[in-house]
Design a protein around this ligand. Sequence first.
Ligand SMILES: *[C@@H]1O[C@H](CO)[C@@H](O)[C@H](O)[C@H]1NC(C)=O
Ligand SMILES: *[C@@H]1O[C@H](CO)[C@@H](O)[C@H](O)[C@H]1NC(C)=O
Length: 330
Amino acid sequence: MFGFLSSKPIVLFSGIATASGAAILTKEYFQGTKFKDPIRADGKVVIVTGANTGIGKETARELASRGAHVYMACRDMKRCNEARDDIMLDTKNSNVYCKKCDLASFESIKNFVKEFKAAEKNLDILINNAGVMRCPRKLTKEGIEMQIGVNHFGHFLLTTLLLDLLKKSAPSRIVNVSSLAHAKGKIKIDDLNSEKHYDPAEAYNQSKLANILFTRGLAKRLEDTQVTVNALHPGIVTTELGRHMSIYSSFLGKLFVQPILWPFMKTESSGAQTTLYVALSPELDKTTGKYFSDCELKQPVDEALDEKIIEWLWKVSEKWVKLDKIPSAS
Ligand SMILES: *[C@@H]1O[C@H](CO)[C@@H](O)[C@H](O)[C@H]1NC(C)=O
Ligand SMILES: *[C@@H]1O[C@H](CO)[C@@H](O)[C@H](O)[C@H]1NC(C)=O
């Protein structure tokens, strides 16, 4: 008798079910490859920068669940402690530590390294994960444009100050989280600091290309040390990284754009898979200076292989972080 009433809701309901079923299937398809090797990391000492949220947090969680001693290097200690509590509860690993490290301040980075070295004699894996994405123009403590400042210079200094421990702990690994955005990046030789012109996406892309150039520059310098360094693209991930992207954070974005993009975005834990693969896989014991995406070796763009730019950026970086004034740098 009320059949005419129920038919429409049923059609609507099955329409929604089909659409969400398709979205879930699509999402699984686009999640990419999982790192399936159950390899343990018991007792390995690991640093993950930017570990309080997003892929960094999932990377820290996975490593903790495999038995590593994980140092979460973060700017915001309150959020770091919350994330650590969550990871400890989840993994039952009590060797998870928060240490303050603001990558937008050379002083904070040096303090972090000092404290870390007082606590640990080894470092097996350094994961340079923290990143700033497409923010309005801001400067680091030292006056460097924020995106290249944190994504590149901060990690350059951190890595350099930890090289002695990494060498002592060899075989050890440095993992640099870059992005596919490197492909559109240009190193602005005459305006590296974006003083003449600032475009958030351009500065972000530049900083991600810098990550890959540095990975190669460092790999060359670390030949014969059994310290490997590789870069990777984690996939587009639904994290807070996108919080500066206007479509994503606007009200309309939340209503319309996020649901449409959702099937194609990686979740945080799937975004961590390539990082885990590059950090742990025994297949990669001897692999260095390479670039990965979706747990596979990929070719970066030609500009990332340009020796002249690699060396130019290296020299500028040494100068800007004033390496010659840091006694512990070797
Ligand atoms: C990646 O690699 C080198 C280590 O070479 C480091 O100096 C550079 O700043 C790192 N960048 C990041 C965050 O990936
Ligand atoms: C930055 O990279 C993204 C992703 O590859 C690309 O869509 C965008 O056009 C690039 N922007 C600039 C200004 O280079």
